[in-house]
Design a protein around this ligand. Sequence first.
Ligand SMILES: *Cc1c(COP(=O)(O)O)cnc(C)c1O
Length: 389
Amino acid sequence: MNREEYVADADWHRFLEFSDKLETPFVVINLRTIKKNYIKLQSSFPFAHIYYAVKANPAPEVISLLAELGSNFDIASRYELDKVLSLGIAPERISYGNTIKKAKDIAYFYEQGIRMYATDSKEDLRNIAKCAPGSKVYVRILVENSVTADWPLSRKFGCHPDMAYDLLVQASEQGLTPYGISFHVGSQQRDIGQWNDAIAKTKYLMTSLEEEEGITLQMINMGGGFPATYTQPTNDLSEYASEITRYLTEDFGTDLPMIVLEPGRSLVGDSGILVTEVVLISRKNNTALNRWVYCDTGKFNGLIETLGESIKYPVISLKDGPETKTGEVILAGPTCDSMDIMYEDTHYKLPIDLKVGDRLFWLSTGAYTSSYASVEFNGFPPIKTYFMD
Ligand SMILES: *Cc1c(COP(=O)(O)O)cnc(C)c1O
């Protein structure tokens, strides 16, 4: 949607009415958008099992809605687990997808009935074998994604396919069920071809395990990486689905293994609008061409993914229009930390007549915003979230 279509949309007017009297800063989550995104993802990949990556937006309202729609859940900590279980979600619908975990947390997950674990190292595998005996394990492989993903997740997670091979053999020796392979091509991955490489590596691994060790894996967990709508263009989800399905059938034929998707950003990103008020507008010298626009929230209070100006949210004001004169701005937050600048190198433009007290609307801020806010840096409380049905 371009800006004109966006502000002509009925949901935008509903949102303006809903948010008009609320004190900034805050995020409004439109639950209808999440529902629409979930249904679209599931119908684009009818064969896939969806495990929502809870970290993207762990609000109970979001988790419960997705549970009703049939989603499963990928969990990274015992705190996320407690929250999801407290909402009445069965342990069979939960995987422990974090490869970095304490033995006592594995034991806790096992006690709560979780039987599916990710791993990428020998030490962690031994802990799983000891604390979650007999469980299903899948091994995360390293994939290169630092160039085309706007928020890369490489290096820290995953292991070389040779090591993944060894781990799956050891899993079997240690009484676990070697269940599958996982990868994450990087969040907000704009190059669909990245899935092709990862699927090809997975196919090779599965075939050699089968032929050389007699180990048949049942699952491929293709992680997240599907896009939300920011300023840089991406293909439509239907394009991702048809390409990725083609890669899968080229490698596996029509008899696919169990396919798991772990979307976070693509389900909830577009559902959020973060509303800030302009605190101050200034110029650094009398002839400066650009204005500094300071907002009442910044990097430490919801906008951390502007680190390195990686995620470029659309930012609009009510003064925007086709005829509006705009000028370049540097967008910064309210705290006393000079890192608290959202966009400087990315040349955002805002109306020339923007004033202190005007609201700025940060679109597509439903993922990785409120849950990333600091507790009280400079005394600012974490940003509030409201939910619109
Ligand atoms: C964060 C994460 C996801 C979600 O990724 P998105 O790009 O937000 O969809 C999925 N799987 C794992 C293991 C993750 O850590």
